[in-house]
Write a protein that binds this ligand. Structure first.
Ligand code: 3Y8
Ligand code: NAP
Length: 251
């Protein structure tokens, strides 16, 4: 069987995997949801946009003769991951997830763990602070119940819509970021508290290290539940999986 991979992308690790797949001379395509204007260039062909739910993804796998699916999406992209599990179960196409461990607090960290975005909103229910809200654009409206704060928003693209918060400073910047940049940013904006998803990996960690260096508290949002699936943590493990796993279709 000649492998033909679908990589569900949108993370630093997915880009690194695409490079390893291209260098190994394996065919594949990287898929983006189309959340941002210009996804980072990939060393493989890429496609942008939803598949149309589980049925759309299952049809895509069959129409494109995909032999393996690698879910390298962000740990908060839970809907995509659930759809991949269902579509691969339906079609018999093998699935592996390329994941990254959650960050763990280190000495000097001042984290408040919350279960989800709503928990982060509840943790902000106090008088005005200067809040670095580095959770992207999609969930900003959920923070509207706490309009008293001054929010520093870091977004991949300019919002393109009326912001749901009255006091904001918007920084249009995509990662990966560095600790030095994030320390300077937090000092320049006199940040009191940082709100972060527990993304794991390296591309978003800069703000966590910067907060620790500056002695700032972090409201850390835990990951959504994703049903069990096979998981690996490096591109080499993905390539090994591809070379060793036969498809149920026996091709
Ligand atoms: C569209 C594809 C690479 C990938 C880079 C990683 C690192 C930089 C840090 C902060 C946190 C945040 C956000 C973030 C990071 C990497 C990685 C990561 C966080 C791109 C990308 C796409 C997206 C979508 C975007 C979300 C948003 C989340 C910004 C590409 C750049 C906050 C997540 O405007 C929007 O609608 C943005 C939406 C989903 C979360 C949200 O809820 O708003 N990522 N990010 C993917 C697609 O269309 O399928 O252009 O490269 C990828 C990256 N973003 O190869 O260099 O691996 O995590 N992305 C979070 O972690 O909290 C920023 O500011 O400190
Ligand atoms: P999500 O909520 O899990 O998915 C919602 C829908 O978006 C999916 O059902 C699917 O639509 C479409 N979709 C998501 N990822 C896709 C992909 N890689 N290729 C094609 N369609 C995709 O996803 P999300 O949280 O919005 O994340 C979207 C993308 O941004 C993902 O690629 C993810 O890796 C990246 N990202 C997200 C975050 C984050 O914090 N959520 C952070 C960094 C990067 P259909 O049902 O129509 O197929």
């Amino acid at each position: 069987m000649i492998p033909n991979l679908l990589i569900l992308g949108g993370t630093t690790e997915a880009t690194a995997l695409a490079r390893a797949v291209a260098e190994a001379g394996i065919a594949g395509i990287v898929s983006f949801a189309g959340r941002v204007a210009r996804p980072v260039r990939q060393p493989l062909p890429q496609r942008v946009g939803g598949f149309g739910g589980v049925s759309g993804l299952a049809a895509y796998l069959q129409d494109q003769d995909i032999t393996h699916v690698v879910d390298a999406t962000h740990p908060f992209a839970a809907q995509m991951s659930r759809n991949a599990i269902a579509a691969c179960a339906q079609t018999g196409v093998p699935l592996v997830a390329l994941t990254r461990a959650p960050w763990l607090p280190r000495p000097g960290d001042a984290w408040t763990h919350v279960a989800d975005i709503a928990g982060a909103v509840a943790a902000l229910d106090h008088p005005r602070k200067r809040v670095m809200l580095a959770v992207g654009r999609m969930h900003l409206a959920e923070f509207a119940p706490n309009p008293q704060h001054v929010y520093l928003l870091r977004l991949v693209d300019a919002p393109g819509f009326e912001l749901p918060l009255p006091h904001t400073e918007v920084l249009v910047s995509r990662g990966p970021f560095t600790q030095a940049e994030d320390e300077a940013l937090m000092q320049a904006h006199s940040i009191d508290v940082v709100v972060s998803k527990n993304a794991g990996g390296t591309g978003a960690y800069a703000k966590i290290a910067a907060a620790r260096a500056l002695g700032l508290p972090v409201i850390m949002i835990g990951r959504p539940f994703i049903p069990v699936r096979q998981e690996v943590t490096t591109p080499a493990q993905v390539l090994n999986w591809v070379s060793h796993c036969a498809t149920d279709r026996g091709v």
